[in-house]
Every structure is written in structure tokens, then in C-alpha cells.
Write a protein that binds this ligand. Structure first.
Ligand code: ADP
Length: 200
């Protein structure tokens, strides 16, 4: 069975850290739209030139652009056994586009892991990072953008029965353990005689 996951959470919630761990453990690629976009900016490609000002301001790049990136990326053979999307989708239209893509591929998402972290903790964490867009004013703006444009996905995925809440305020290894519990429950045969035992 393929393991198709989305990591949802505000900037600084630890999505990248957890995605790296998931990749190592389950051998499925982590696909981070932020990393892909930054690589384009660094390489000075036409796409990079187009998106640079959005990243610098902490604004989202246009939906169509990231949807196209994801569409091509999911075509790669390494996603056959599964994938972890980190930082995508970030808007309801992106989520709808993803659902349409996955419906076509006949592989619906297994779960959306929402890493919950309060605002003060986010600001403290991001204050310690040294990325171009981690300046305090831009950080504040990225959190606002999350609350405004991405937080509606919490209800969207709850409505689709996909949402799994993870307390992202805990230390990284505790967060990892909580995520692993969810994944093991996904991989356990459902309704079988052992399924209740595997969960304990
Ligand atoms: P963080 O989670 O800390 O905000 P990311 O690397 O995920 O960091 O994103 C950095 C920037 O890349 C965002 O502020 C935005 O400009 C752009 N970006 C990444 N993913 C998306 C997306 N799915 N839709 C629109 N913009 C995106």
C-alpha cells in the first residue's frame, strides 16, 4: 500500500524536521514546495525570478504555479510507494486541485497530519532560524498568511475525514512518536482481529 501524506502546520511548526524523519523511516520522498521554490530562486531560473518577491515578502505564490510543480513532481516514479507533502497545499483551491489530481491517479490521501503550535512558540522558533524570510516582521506576516489562507484547510480536511491532530509544541522526538502512532494505525489492517491490539 502506498502511504500518501500531507503535513499541515504553520511556519515553524516542524514540518520539515518531521518530513525528513518520515522519509528516512518509510522511504518515501518528502516534497517541500518551499524548498523547490527557493532552489529555483537560487538558480536564477525564470520561475525563480517570478516567485522571488513573493518569498521575500512572505506571501504565497500563485496557486497555479505550485499546483503545476506538484503535478509534475507526483509524476516521478519515486512517489510510487508514497509521498509526504510539506507546505502544500496551503490554500483551499490548492487542496481541491490536489484532490482532483489524486482522484485521477486513484490514490486518495491517507492522512493529513496537522502540527499544532501556538503563535508565541512559533515566533520564538523562527527567531532562531536564519533564513532570508525569517526576519521578525516577515515571520509575523507568514503566520498571518497561514491563519488567513491555510488554516481553512483544517476544516476542509476534517470534513473529508482525513485530519489527524498532532501536538507540535512537544519536543521533536515526542512529535515523531505521535506521528508514528498515526501511521502505524493507517498501515494496520483495519477491522482485523489484531487492529485494536496494534494500536495500543
Ligand atoms: P514555512 O513553512 O516556514 O513558511 P516554506 O518553506 O514552506 O516555509 O515556505 C516558504 C515560502 O514559500 C512561503 O512563504 C511562500 O512564499 C512559498 N510557498 C511554499 N509553498 C507554497 C504553496 N503551497 N503555495 C504558495 N506559496 C508557497
Amino acid at each position: 500500500m502506498a502511504l500518501d501524506l500531507v503535513l499541515l502546520g504553520p511556519p515553524g511548526s516542524g514540518k520539515g524536521t518531521q518530513a525528513a524523519w518520515l522519509t528516512a523511516k518509510y522511504r518515501i520522498p518528502a516534497i517541500a514546495t518551499g524548498d523547490i521554490l527557493r532552489a529555483q530562486v537560487d538558480a536564477g531560473t525564470p520561475l525563480g525570478q517570478r516567485v522571488r518577491s513573493y518569498l521575500d515578502r512572505g506571501e504565497l505564490v500563485p496557486d497555479q504555479l505550485v499546483v503545476d510543480i506538484i503535478r509534475h513532481r507526483l509524476d516521478e516514479p519515486d512517489t510510487e510507494a508514497g509521498f509526504i507533502l510539506d507546505g502544500f497545499p496551503r490554500t483551499v483551491p490548492q487542496a481541491q486541485a490536489l484532490d482532483a489530481m489524486l482522484a485521477e491517479l486513484q490514490r486518495p490521501l491517507d492522512a493529513v497530519l496537522y502540527l499544532q503550535v501556538d503563535r508565541q512558540a512559533l515566533q520564538e522558533r523562527l527567531g532562531q532560524r536564519h533564513r532570508q524570510d525569517d526576519r521578525p516582521d516577515i515571520v509575523d506576516h507568514r503566520i498571518e498568511v497561514f491563519l488567513d489562507q491555510t488554516a481553512p484547510l483544517i476544516d476542509y480536511y476534517r470534513g473529508h475525514g482525513k485530519l489527524r491532530l498532532i501536538n507540535g509544541a512537544e519536543p521533536p522526538d515526542r512529535v515523531t512518536a505521535a506521528i508514528d502512532d498515526v501511521i502505524r494505525s493507517l498501515l494496520a489492517p483495519s477491522g482485523g482481529p489484531n487492529s485494536s491490539r496494534t494500536a495500543s
